[in-house]
Design a protein around this ligand. Structure first.
Ligand code: SAM
Length: 365
């Protein structure tokens, strides 16, 4: 079977972060088999000053620095991505933004019709994992001082746009003129929570562009003008979007058909969708092997049978498949009840599951 390869594009000020991160296990194989390609793009390649400045002080004062919009807009243009108004159907662009964009930002730029690919710091991980990004690997994170802040005289925000054909190629699903399924995503602690359901959705796309923030974050106009969604990997703040991007790539990539050995195996894991038809076998035994139904996974054991004074559950070693399925389903319910009771509400539970759950709850009383 031939699978279409899926493209991830990561825009970052630390391309070196990704050296080696995709070089192991399932991800490495998916890259080698060209089921997936990953481009890592150095934001500094899109600056034009001596210091390769990507940040500036926040309007309104306060701590930290903010990633400037212009290099990000240029980086996106180099990937064929213009403002949303170029990619989305008019009704998908919010009112105010539409006016602002159409008056000010729909200018052709010197990018021309050719896709601009910087040779510095731009790495494609297509089918190989051996090349190391060429940007300064020893970068400490300390930036050259931002140029003197000048709110009045900064020349205004003028994102570059690419050729209209490229825009159409990146139109999200639902756009009548769009041939391709792509999303531009800003990694942000303020984003919608990234979860397995979201990963499943993303895995159906052709191209995902991930913008990694740093410092206090990214100038909000990049979000407003270019991003289809903001994603958060959890309710905590990390130092940069790179780790978050890697999480999104990993979780999404493994759900692309052909990446995992068994095509359905994503369903067997924690948060896997239920296959309602086979959640319960003909003999009435809950079948945990067929769809986690939104529950957590069951515990796993391997040889030796005894370790650290603990014996692996007998039921797993006696070849009674119905018994094993039953035990595993019960364990899924137990784990979920203990660690993530919130998941039970959205889980697909059979009559037998509910009975088991009741029995488990009764034990605790
Ligand atoms: N000032 C921001 C806030 O309070 O929400 C935090 C900025 S954080 C230090 C720098 C960058 O790390 C963010 O722009 C974002 O790209 C990334 N980041 C931090 N936490 C994240 C999370 N939970 N999920 C995704 N990205 C995150």
């Amino acid at each position: 079977m031939i699978y279409e390869d899926m493209q991830f594009e990561i825009v970052t000020i630390f391309p070196g972060f990704f050296a080696g991160i995709f070089d192991n296990g399932i991800l490495r194989r998916a890259l080698a088999e060209e089921l997936v390609s990953i481009g890592v793009h150095d934001l500094r390649a899109f600056t034009h000053d001596r210091h390769r400045t990507v940040d500036d002080r926040p309007f309104g004062g306060g701590e930290g620095m903010v990633l400037k919009p212009e290099p990000l807009a240029e980086a996106l243009a180099s990937l064929g991505i213009g403002p949303k108004v170029e990619r989305l159907a008019p009704q998908q662009v919010e009112g105010d933004m539409k006016v602002a964009i159409s008056q000010d930002l729909r200018k052709e730029t010197d990018c021309g019709n050719d896709r601009y690919v910087p040779d510095l710091g731009c790495k494609s991980y297509q089918g190989t994992t051996s090349v190391v990004p060429q940007s300064d690997q020893s970068e400490s994170g300390a930036l050259a001082p931002a140029e003197e802040f000048d709110a009045e005289g900064d020349g205004g925000f003028n994102p570059r746009t690419e050729h209209a054909d490229s825009m159409r190629a990146l139109a999200p699903e639902g756009n009548p003129s769009g041939e391709s399924k792509s999303r531009v995503i800003l990694l942000s602690a303020q984003g919608r929570p990234f979860n397995q359901a979201m990963a499943r959705e993303l895995a159906t796309l052709d191209r995902i562009v991930l913008i990694c923030g740093r410092y206090e974050g990214v100038d909000e106009r990049i979000n407003q003008l270019y991003c289809d969604m903001e994603l958060s990997i959890g309710d905590y703040v990390i130092s940069g979007g790179e780790l978050a991007a890697a999480v999104v790539v990993d979780a999404t990539m493994r759900l692309i058909p052909g990446v995992l050995g068994n095509e359905a195996s994503g369903e067997f894991e924690s948060f896997g969708v239920a296959d309602a038809e086979i959640t319960t076998a003909e003999d009435g035994v809950p079948r945990s092997q067929h769809g986690a139904g939104g529950l957590l996974d069951y515990p796993h054991y391997t040889r030796p049978a005894e370790f650290g004074g603990l014996r692996a559950p007998e039921v797993l070693m006696n070849g009674d498949h119905a018994g094993i399925r039953c035990w595993r389903r019960e364990q899924q319910l137990r784990k979920t009840l203990t660690n993530r009771p919130d998941l039970l509400q959205g889980a697909t539970l059979s009559k037998e599951d509910r009975k088991l759950l009741e029995a488990i709850r009764d034990e605790a009383v």
